[in-house]
Every structure is written in C-alpha cells, then in structure tokens.
Write a protein of this length. Structure first.
Length: 87
C-alpha cells in the first residue's frame, strides 16, 4: 500500500497501458474507508486518465494494489505497491 507520492513514483516506471487500481479513500471526518477498483489507462495523447472521476477531494487516499487489464483473467494477478514482481 502506498500514498499519493508513492503512486506518483510508481507512475514514473509504469508501462503505458491499462490498469485496474485498488484504492481506499475517506474524508478526515469519516471513520469508514471506501474501497474501490478503478480503471486507469495511458491515453494516446500522452496522459494518464482515471475512467471514473472517483476523487472528490478526499484527503485520505491509499493505493493498495494494481494489475494490468491484460492480466485480469489470471488468478492472483494483483501486485501490491512496493512489491517486486518477478516473471
């Protein structure tokens, strides 16, 4: 799991393709996290895009794990942020 700066660092080396990103978020006054799987892709114009506009200004956001859309059919294709993936 990582925060926004860790996610930005991951983006520096991420392959420009399509991902499902597992996140959790909440506002400071909330006690319960909202968990969500969000489609995130590299647009041909050269920018990263969230398909769903999930970010509404929450100050507490954690990026839990990711998987490439092309690997989504594989069992256990999720990779935690900060984890080294072999193979």
């Amino acid at each position: 799991m990582t925060n926004q700066s860790g996610f930005n660092k991951w983006l520096e080396t991420a392959q420009p393709t399509e991902y499902i990103i597992r996140i959790r978020y909440k506002y400071p006054h909330e006690t319960v996290w909202t968990y969500s799987n969000e489609y995130f892709y590299y647009d041909p114009s050269g920018v990263w895009v969230w398909e769903n506009d999930w970010n509404e200004g929450q100050t507490d956001v954690d990026y839990i794990s990711w998987e490439k859309v092309e690997d989504a059919h594989c069992f256990n294709a999720w990779v935690e942020f900060g984890e080294v993936r072999y193979g």
